[in-house]
Design a protein around this ligand. Structure first.
Ligand code: NAI
Ligand SMILES: O=C(O)C(=O)[C@H](O)COP(=O)(O)O
Length: 325
């Protein structure tokens, strides 16, 4: 019997049980919510597998769980684990790479369209300011005449690109790990980070959070933008220097920011300075969410664990496959 410990609560118990049954997988899922290192160590001490999303899987935690055979993220991001240490001890780490890509791409498109057509502001001007004024934003421009810059060119921004094709906007992308052929296939112009900040009207971050991307987006880049540029972030708050983003907005270098993520997952909504800035539109890390995605995440998680235990390593969506052999 494979003992799987899920470190957070949700309403997916039945979905997991059904998936396990359908696969004929000899496994059980125990739900043990844990937020601190100590809680994870205590709650996962008898686990073969941990299912995680944000819980701290630090070197100290992993060293304290010598019997752990696998970590599976029920998310695309896996930035809460010390991946170098997991590689060192050859601990397989998996994630669910596709379960919510459509939802996040839709969120990004929704953000661009909402801003481009000023839907939120016009609604507010009518309902809050009691104005019926169609000339509030004379600088509005057609999306087909604008440039969208994507930072990172993985699964989500590729779906954003496909959606944008219908609107005729020019798409530029930066990702040093992607082949020229992949950019060309989707009609995207390969660009440097600086070029994106200099040229684009909408700049959308799709960077995973890791050592190479932490606070990568900072005042040097914000100093290059056009005044009307809008910064969008649905990836992780930690890829942006938030003080620099705040200053860029305050000083009018950047016109607007649309965010789904902040560097802290539970921000102080009363006092967080980005949340409380007029030029920031924010949602509470929900870009991934639909009932369908949520369910698919639970099913994909169990499937991936099953594939690994069945010996189908290459199909288990391991992010460190090359380090565990
Ligand atoms: N807001 C939300 O609800 C959600 C947020 N996310 C976040 O979105 C991120 C992106 O998702 P996907 O596109 O599916 O990821 P992905 O794993 O398909 O692609 C990541 C891309 O980033 C590139 N990359 C890595 N380091 C880089 C660097 N230093 N500079 C430029 N590019 C770099 C890689 O080459 C890869 O192409 C996830 O890592 C996750 O943190 C994902 C799902 C939901
Ligand atoms: O997949 C990711 O990466 C995400 O950001 C999550 O899906 C969001 O995580 P939860 O809000 O479900 O904990």
């Amino acid at each position: 019997m494979v003992k799987i410990v899920r470190l957070f609560e949700d309403n997916m118990n039945e979905v997991e049980e059904k998936t396990i049954k359908e696969l004929g997988f000899c496994a059980e899922v125990l739900v043990r919510p844990s937020t601190t290192e100590e809680e994870v160590i205590e709650n996962a001490k008898d686990a073969d597998v941990i299912i995680a999303v944000y819980e701290p899987l630090t070197k100290k935690v992993l060293e304290s769980l010598p019997n752990l055979k696998m970590v599976m993220y029920r998310s695309i991001g896996f930035n809460s684990i010390d991946l170098d240490f997991a590689n060192e001890i050859k601990l397989p780490v998996g994630h669910c790479s596709q379960y919510c890509t459509q939802e996040v791409a839709d969120w990004v498109l929704g953000s661009i369209l909402m801003h481009n057509r000023r839907l939120y502001d016009f609604n507010n001007s009518v309902k809050i300011d009691k104005k019926w004024d169609c000339e509030l934003f004379p600088s509005m421009r057609r999306l087909a005449e604008q440039k969208v810059g994507l930072i990172g060119f993985g699964s989500i921004p590729r779906l954003v690109t496909k959606r944008l094709a219908a609107f005729g906007a020019d798409v530029l992308a930066y990702d040093p790990f992607v082949s020229d052929e992949d950019f060309e296939k989707l009609g995207v112009k390969k660009a440097s980070l600086e070029e994106i900040f200099e040229k684009c009207d909408y700049i959308s971050s799709h960077l995973p959070l890791n050592e190479s991307t932490e606070k990568l987006i900072d005042k040097k880049l914000f100093s290059l933008v056009k005044e009307e540029a809008v910064f969008i972030n649905s990836s992780r708050g930690g890829v942006v220097n938030e003080d620099d983003l705040y200053d860029a907005l305050k000083e009018g270098k950047l016109s607007y920011a649309i965010l789904d993520v902040l560097s802290t997952e539970q921000p102080d909504v009363y006092n967080n300075k980005l949340i409380n800035l007029d030029k920031v539109f924010i949602t509470p890390h929900i870009a991934f969410y639909s009932q369908d995605a949520f369910k698919q995440g639970a099913v994909d998680t169990i499937n991936n664990i099953y594939k690994y235990f069945k010996g189908d390593y290459t199909k288990a969506e391991l992010v460190n496959l090359k380090h565990i052999n």
